[in-house]
Design a protein around this ligand. Structure first.
Ligand code: S3P
Length: 442
């Protein structure tokens, strides 16, 4: 446990070089391990979640190495040729590792045992197990589809056409990854678009994949028994991590912060759109393509924000950003209503409940429903002064450290160690910009 204290800060200034995108990093390691030949990854996120995927891919027989120049080299085994792991795959806090690897494990003739930390062992795996069972994969889980679980895979799965019951890029990706070693065409239909990093990267590795809009949603079809070829992946800075210095810069008067090379995938930039609609001064510069993903440099200047209604349709494009949006809303003028947040209850923590409780403890009025949250903005300063339990949730920890930075009395969090799952170096990066985050009690 590492207690952290965020004291009230002044203006933030400078460049914020945010680590690599977590979603893209996981996928690069997995597809690199499934490809034939060499894959080189630059900008890989070296956070604990991604390192859990790297360790799992090594257990499955791929060579995964960090090079002297900081890039990563992967020598894959080929689709269908992963070997049975000799020990339990412990995926720590990482839901993306657990869900995406389920598809890979189920489609190889091996038996694997998968577990994780206390947070991951509470999260539902049924959403990937159900379609993977329909394909012929076998799973034994704890009650309620929870980890630890045993996967008994096969190389003779049956392709499915599966309509996603919840908008989830993890479920979509698990099915597509299982489809790689399955004869025939595997299709996923999504009624709400979710991040398409898997689709983009599968194509870059040489898979045949089509995306067709239809009346009942978008149909993504992968041609099975694919041969993936190693390639180069350039991982952009993670927009979900950029969100923390970005919101802090908007809220602290006099701030001006530049965030270079941030991923601008259309399904990831809902927060930027909402903050601009709230009055946030965010300039998008040098929009360009980096190995199949759009990236840009962001220039953020302190702004007065207005409360807003964020409809459910926006949720998938900013699903990980609601905790930090709630912090922005706390300092905005007027009410911010966020709808369609049911999925927040099954993230690393119940983010809806934890945010509502923590904001109240810091003197902010909230209203909470089953799948919505309203934050009554103060139009300026927030009291703070609370000790927040981060509940093994990196994004809760970082959100409340930003809240402490903009507050009158500061905020403490009981445990900042989960921040390393997605944003190693967060405290130093924020302090270099001008924040005052320290270890221990103030
Ligand atoms: C992710 C998808 C999202 C997101 C998670 C990463 C991914 O989860 O919350 O942090 O990499 O596919 P869901 O698919 O459960 O929405």
């Amino acid at each position: 446990m590492t207690m952290l204290n965020a004291a009230p800060a002044g203006a933030l200034k400078g460049d914020a070089r945010v680590p690599g995108d977590k979603s893209i990093s996981h996928r690069a390691l997995m597809l690199g391990g499934l490809a034939l030949g060499e894959t080189t990854v630059t900008g890989l996120l070296e956070g604990e979640d991604v390192m859990a995927t790297a360790a799992a891919m090594r257990e499955l027989g791929a060579i995964v190495e960090r090079q002297a120049d900081g890039s990563w080299r992967i020598l894959g085994r080929g689709v269908g040729s992963l070997r049975e792991p000799s020990s339990v795959l412990d995926l720590g806090n990482s839901g993306t590792s657990a869900r995406l690897l389920s598809g890979i494990l189920a489609s190889h003739p091996l038996t694997a045992v998968v577990t994780g930390d206390a947070s991951l062992c509470k999260r539902p795996m049924g959403r990937v197990i159900e379609p993977l069972r329909a394909m012929g994969g076998e799973f034994q889980t704890r009650e309620g589809g929870r980890l630890p679980m045993t996967v008994i895979g096969s190389d003779a799965l049956i392709p499915v056409e599966y309509t996603l019951p919840v908008p989830s890029a993890q479920v979509k990706s698990a099915i597509l990854f299982a489809g790689l070693n399955t004869a025939g065409n595997t299709s996923v239909i999504e009624t709400t678009p979710t991040r398409d990093h898997s689709e983009r990267m599968l194509r870059a590795f040489g898979a045949e994949l089509t995306v067709e809009p239809g009346d009942n949603g978008t149909r993504i079809t992968l041609v099975g028994q694919a041969e993936l070829k190693g390639c180069s992946v350039a991982v952009p800075a993670d927009p979900s991590s950029a969100a923390f210095p970005l919101v802090a810069a908007l809220l602290l008067p006099g701030s001006e912060v530049r965030l270079p090379n941030v991923g601008m995938n259309p399904q990831r930039i809902g927060l930027i759109e909402v903050l601009r609609e709230m009055g946030g001064d965010i300039t998008i510069e040098n929009l360009r393509d980096a190995a199949g993903e759009p990236v840009a440099d962001l220039l953020v200047r302190a702004s007065k924000l207005q409360g807003i209604c964020v409809p459910a349709e926006r949720a998938a494009s900013m699903i990980d950003e609601y905790p930090i949006l709630a912090v922005a809303a706390a300092a905005a003028e007027g009410r911010t209503e966020m709808q369609g947040l049911g999925e927040l209850r099954v993230k690393e923590s119940d983010r809806l409940a934890v945010m509502a409780r923590g904001l109240e403890a810091c003197g902010v009025t909230t209203e909470e429903g089953e799948d919505w949250l309203t934050v009554v903005g103060t139009g300026g300063s927030v009291t703070g002064g609370a000790l927040i339990e981060a509940e093994l949730d990196h994004r809760i920890a970082m959100s409340f450290l930003v809240l402490g930075s903009i507050s009158e009395k500061g905020v403490r969090i009981d445990d900042g160690s989960p921040i390393d799952t997605s944003f190693p170096g967060f405290v130093d990066l924020m302090n270099n910009l001008g924040a005052r985050i320290t270890t221990g009690a103030p």
